[in-house]
Design a binder for this molecule. Structure first.
Ligand code: OGA
Ligand code: MN
Length: 279
């Protein structure tokens, strides 16, 4: 197994392994790299849906996809679903389309969001469609003192109305007052349950609300925090090769996806892992 850091702050590339036949000691190294580096990029994997689920399950029990994606699950592996813009017989085969997916953390609108998200490139695009990741430990460590003071002890309400692609979820109605948006509240400075390190935890910008502030003050503070944590120096942009397998720590990172040509084909397989705190 070879490893190579992708940037000083986030991401380690791992090569020379087959994750469908991993010794426990090798998995332990992979898991540690995932915790330490927040994102791992494992090259050249050849996995069936079942093998993807089996590998993902080594990180913990699998978390079912959001309700809106349930119908897109692959029948061969019930816990896997598809991220894709491809339309077959008039129906999308997966989620998120070809537009931009705004900066977000997966499913932060539930009380115990997933620990790991696993994304496996089957058909990829290289013109657009890059996936960006940001390290929220470092964004917090380097946060200017005035912003740090402004968030001390505060929570954000994480809205569940829209997908990261900006689509209204099934059965949801548009939010007119962010102070009443459905979702979950989390501390803005959130302690990672495994590493014990504090990270900035913002979820996504859309319909975010800093609990207890008037909406104007909350919007200003959230805009400042998002402008801070999405600076290039905290991030890595992944250009996909087929057979890349990415695993990110959903508690210490944010990610976004660039838009791409709607007529190109992009197909990814996806699993996510339930956090230990949800058990
Ligand atoms: C996800 C996601 C981005 C991408 O799967 O959670 O945000 O690049 N995907 O498809
Ligand atoms: Mn996501």
């Amino acid at each position: 197994m070879q490893t190579r850091d992708l940037t000083p702050v986030i991401g380690t590339e791992i090569s020379g392994i087959d994750v469908s036949a991993l010794e426990d000691a090798d998995f332990a190294r992979i898991r540690q790299a995932w915790l330490d580096r927040c994102l791992i990029v494992i090259r050249d994997q050849h996995l069936t849906p079942e093998q993807l689920c089996d590998f993902s399950r080594r990180f913990g029990e699998l978390e079912p996809p959001p309700a809106s994606e349930a119908r897109k699950r692959d029948e061969e592996a019930a816990e896997m679903w598809v991220i894709s813009n491809v339309v077959e017989n008039g129906k999308p085969i997966g989620a998120l389309g070809s537009g931009e997916a705004e900066w977000h953390t997966d499913m932060s609108y539930i009380p115990a969001p997933p620990s790991a998200s696993v994304l496996y490139g089957r058909e990829v695009v290289t013109d657009g469609g890059n996936t960006w990741f940001g390290n929220m430990y470092v964004a917090l460590e380097e946060l200017p003192a005035d912003l740090r003071d402004a968030i001390a002890g505060r929570q954000v309400n994480h809205d569940s109305t829209y997908t990261s692609a900006g689509d209204l979820r099934k059965g949801m109605s548009e939010v007119v007052d962010v102070t009443r948006a459905p979702g979950a509240r989390h501390q803005i400075i959130r302690k990672h349950p495994v590493t014990g390190r504090d990270a900035l935890y913002l979820g996504r910008r859309t319909n975010g609300w800093v609990v207890g502030l008037d909406v104007e003050a909350s919007d200003r503070l959230l805009d400042d925090l998002w402008a801070w944590c999405t600076q290039d120096r905290f991030t890595y942009a992944h250009t996909w090769s087929p057979d890349d397998l990415l695993v990110w720590d959903n508690r210490s990172t944010i990610h976004r996806r660039e838009s791409f040509d709607a007529s190109a084909r992009r197909v990814m397989w996806r699993c996510q892992v339930r956090d230990e705190i949800a058990a």
